[in-house]
Write a protein that binds this ligand. Sequence first.
Ligand SMILES: [Zn+2]
Length: 428
Amino acid sequence: MQQTRHRIRRAGRHRRITGLAAFAALALAALTTASATLPAATRSAAGPVATAEDSGLGPCRIGSTLGVQMSEGLPTPPGYARSTGEVRALNLMIDFPDAPGTGRALDRLAEFFPQTSDWFRTSSYGRLTYRPLAPVTNWLRMPMPFAAYGIERGSPYEPGYRKLVEDIVATADPKVDFSTYDLVNILVTPNAGPSALDTVLSVTFSGNDEAPIADGVPLANTSFVYSRQDDGSGSYTETGYRVLPHENGHVFGLPDLYTAEGGGAVGHWDIMSEDWGANNDLLGWHKWKLGWLDADQIRCASAPGSTEYALTPLATSGGAKMTIVPLSQDSGYAVEVRTRAGNDEAVCEPGVLIYRVKSGVDTGQGPVTISDSDRDSGGCTRRPNVHAELSDAPYRPGESFTDRRNSISIAVVREDPGGTYRVRVTRS
Ligand SMILES: [Zn+2]
């Protein structure tokens, strides 16, 4: 029996929402969703990989670190769901005797689709075709009241989630062939449990080979979504779905980037950091990890000296997307261009984003840290539920980042008319 370790934690946060008195309600602690992953065992299902064809990128392929539950390193270990090609997602809408579903179950489904599929298509440049399927169109009634499962934020898999998954399997099995799906979304009736404004219960158990078996396969990669992440700004129908791509990010092997202190490490630059409010994309590092960027779109700044790189905006398709500046076997800097395009709708200062990736730091402990070009500025965003301070983190032409200890400097030389940025990396 594998030991399961859970790193779910409360991530209360304070936002600076200048001049938007109407959003005062947002001062309520909005909690980022949680993840709980189990050590991946040996399962034959292929995980997302950045393949061995990455010749020349050797030192930049920061590897996974042993002993880390959910690592930023490459490649993602087996056991997680595939993140390229067609991915079949089973969606089950469940309710309880003490929290009967209000409205149609398909309306609950419609809170997340087609937005979630569109989000993945856009972020993956069309490499992930996400097929949401709902073979049961009504609410699946669980046999016990919600409270009887003992589910709270931070609940481990045992015993509550195991019992819930067993009950879901028993209730749905006559109508569902579980063996034909790559991942499972459990969309819980929003009236079960607390409001997401108070406590975010949404959680994913990924790489869990010890999960109950249905139709011969373990329900190893399962996301649970509770309540509604409605920030009160009136944008729920536009942005409320974003909890699901976050939770599914865990199913594909991505760690949480928020920490016990909240979203101060990465802000709004990755959906694994913040999934409330205005839309945002994934970091280039995550896109590489998921197999959405090719080796020839990555530049490796491992040699001493000064080299200039041309990078195109991350949200657009094709071209060089990221320069990696390796520091050690388990850490390095990533450099990419973020503009207001694609899923990055909240970008208020486009430019070159620089961040440190550490594969030895676990999910929820801060495996990625953004370097803020303009510290203590308060940021440029006025969007609710966006970590304001880091919103103006990108470096503009003429600005540079320096790591004296490692003798590295990264300077933004200029922005070309087509939106390509030229970046000079110096290692001495
Ligand atoms: Zn999470």
